[in-house]
Ligand binder design. Structure first.
Ligand code: DOR
Ligand code: ZN
Length: 346
């Protein structure tokens, strides 16, 4: 029996589009289902100034094919040299919707990120004044901390002290992967939200490592134990306004993933909405899918919910998603949930 669900058109509050040939190939995968996305600034070199964000936005719009509508919501990459006045001007002009904090060395192209938080104090205070959100990659980089503990330790050592020191700073904990992250968000109602990715609802750390290493399931923050996956699912499917979709869809070519030192990132732009319908249906919470993917994010960012809609349809046969998309840089593998999915999106 065919079942269908029409929701306000979703937005992706954490997306990597890259640049050049990769941008051209992955942009339609997102624009097909999503109206807007918060665009990550970890290019090489990173998008650190308003002028660079303007130029990157123009490249994204130029890569959109005829007939596709999509609004990129730009971010600035926070460095220890970021100028508070440049950030304020980029916000005032409407160009920039958030600033991204990468602890230096935490992930892909994060070398220019922050090591000494005293050096970004003035920027964070300006952001608190003007209401510009900080999107946080929440992992410590201390070599002594086990990779599976890096998010929980970051909350205690970095996030909570920074939030206490900067009252009014609006923070998005990006791609939370732990029950600790869920609990921290739930305990703080004001000025705090969190994005959750598609893949962290579906895989735990066993999926990466049992029966052979699966490079296409490796991302950062790395998937954790099953109890954490279940906590993420419960938080998102509850409809709680503090949790919203940020896919962290992060394309890397197959040679860069299937390597002795493979890159972090799962590419989920192509099939995220059908996968989310599957996840929410499995939790008996299809009625809350719209809140998670289309309403809670705009509410946090103070933007209108999209007028356009997206219809999800459940058919009798499994949906055939492409295994890979082709780019001029090489193939990119589409995230494979490892089970049949009967939903598709239009
Ligand atoms: O898995 C990830 N990939 N996590 C990140 O934080 C960065 C991203 C990327 O840019 O590839
Ligand atoms: Zn990311």
């Amino acid at each position: 029996m065919t079942q269908s669900l029409t929701i306000a058109r979703p937005d992706d509050w954490h997306l990597h589009l890259r640049d050049g040939a990769m941008l051209a190939a992955v942009l339609p995968e997102t624009a097909r289902d999503f109206a807007r996305a918060i665009i990550m600034p970890n290019l090489v070199p990173p998008v650190t100034t308003g002028a660079m964000a303007t130029a990157y936005r123009d490249r994204i719009l130029a890569a959109l094919s005829e007939g596709m509508t999509f609004e990129p919501l730009m971010t600035l990459y926070l460095t220890e040299d970021t100028d508070p006045a440049d950030v304020a001007a980029a916000h005032a002009s409407g160009l920039v919707k958030a600033v991204k904090l990468y602890p230096a060395g935490a992930t892909t192209n994060s070398a220019s990120g922050v090591s000494n938080f005293d050096k970004v104090r003035a920027v964070l205070e300006t952001m608190a004044e003007i209401g510009l959100p900080l999107c946080v990659h929440g992992e410590v980089t201390d070599a002594a901390i086990d990779i599976f503990d890096r998010e929980a330790v970051f909350i205690d050592r970095v996030l909570d002290p920074v939030r206490r020191a900067t009252p009014g700073l609006r923070v998005v904990m990006e791609h939370i992967t732990t029950k600790n992250g869920v609990d921290y968000v739930k305990a703080h109602d004001k000025d705090l939200g969190a994005t959750i990715t598609t893949h962290h609802f579906i895989i735990n750390r066993n999926h990466i490592l049992v029966g052979g290493i699966k490079p296409h399931y490796y991302c950062l923050p790395v998937a954790k134990r099953e109890e954490h996956r279940l906590a993420l699912r419960a938080a998102a499917t509850s409809g709680d306004h503090r949790f919203f979709l940020g896919t962290d869809s992060a394309p890397h070519t197959d040679p860069n993933k299937e390597s002795a030192c493979g890159c972090a990132g799962c590419f989920t732009a192509t099939n995220t909405m059908p996968l989310l319908a599957h996840v929410f249906e499995g939790e008996g919470a299809l009625a809350n899918l719209e809140a998670f993917s289309s309403r809670n994010g705009p509410a946090f960012y103070g933007l209108p919910v999209n007028d356009a809609t997206l219809t999800l349809t459940k058919g009798d046969a499994p949906t055939q998603f492409p295994a890979k998309i082709d780019t001029d840089d090489g193939p990119v593998t589409v995230f494979d949930p490892g089970f049949p999915v009967y939903w598709s999106a239009r």
